[in-house]
Design a protein around this ligand. Structure first.
Ligand code: SF4
Length: 289
């Protein structure tokens, strides 16, 4: 077995060679997430990573893009990660970009200088799961950071020169916190100014704390129109300079693409149109099919 399953990557890394340098997630506590719950977190040894790189060379020697899995690659000691990046650029002559998931706590744990060194060694883009900007929602889902810390993590990544791709989750505040989730997320994202922003819609995974909260009635899911309302409330106050926005994941009820703020009015028009025309929304059973 080359990979320690299950393996995840962002949709935009579909054509990338995936190399696993850590196993699992160093946080692994978010109440909605089951991605790495079956794995005990660890950083692979350099010997294991070299073997994996050798395998990668044998199957994809012309790789132009490499995604470093699993979650939180920045939890590696800085010099080890830099060494791995040097090996990658030596061994893959066509390599153009290396990307990874980043956890906010791991970003905060690195100094600005360390982040700049990692960026210089060739890690160019980070995927950061922001999920929400609401302090209550972040606490409820056990994200492990406050909105202020999340903003700082994103700003540190940008200042070090990384391309920053953030995701937020529509519906993650439930019915009770939908308005707060929308308004506070707009503030946090505006403060971070990511280059890319993806809005997913909450999907309930088996064996998660959130599933139990739904079953007990503690958490109430939004219906599709409430999700649309939430996104309207979120986009309206956002102030972004040049952010590629996508809400075209298989989890979404409505597919949207644009650049914020340039296309804000167009996106809002489409959302308001969808409120009056449910035929524009994906059927519940087709989500993630
Ligand atoms: S940090 Fe990401 S991968 Fe880790 S538990 Fe939270 S959502 Fe899941």
């Amino acid at each position: 077995m080359v990979y320690v399953a299950p393996l995840y990557r962002p949709p935009s890394e579909a054509s990338s060679l995936i190399l696993q340098v850590t196993i699992g997630c160093s946080h692994n506590q978010c109440t909605f997430c089951y991605m790495y719950k079956t794995k005990k977190y660890r950083i692979k040894s350099l010997e294991e990573i070299k073997q994996h790189i050798q395998w990668g060379q044998s199957v994809y020697p012309h790789a132009r893009r490499i995604f470093l899995a699993d979650g939180n690659v920045l939890s590696m000691p800085t010099q080890d990660l830099i060494n791995v990046l040097h090996i990658l650029f030596e061994e893959f002559p066509y390599l153009e970009r290396v990307t990874a998931y980043a956890g906010p706590k791991d970003l905060l744990a690195k100094s600005d200088e360390e982040l700049a060194q990692i960026r210089q060694a060739g890690l160019s883009m980070l995927y950061l799961g922001v999920e929400s900007g609401s302090p209550k929602v972040l606490a409820n889902i056990q994200k492990g950071v406050t909105p202020e810390e999340m903003i700082l993590a994103g700003q540190k990544a940008r200042q070090a020169g990384f391309l920053l791709s953030c995701t937020i989750i529509l519906g993650i505040g439930g019915k009770e916190l939908t308005a707060e989730h929308a308004v506070e997320t707009a503030k946090v994202i505006s403060a971070m100014q990511p280059h890319y922003l993806g809005a997913l819609t909450l999907m309930i995974e088996e064996k998660t704390v959130l599933k139990t909260q739904i079953e007990s009635g503690e958490f109430q899911l939004l219906n599709p129109l409430e999700v649309i309302d939430e996104l309207i409330m979120m986009i309206e106050p956002m102030e972004l300079e040049n952010c590629v926005f996508r809400s075209n994941h298989a989890s979404n009820y409505l597919y949207l693409k644009g650049t914020l703020n340039k296309d804000k009015e167009k996106l809002l028009r489409t959302l308001k149109e969808a409120k009056n025309n449910s035929a524009m929304l994906a059927a519940e059973e087709s989500r993630l099919l």
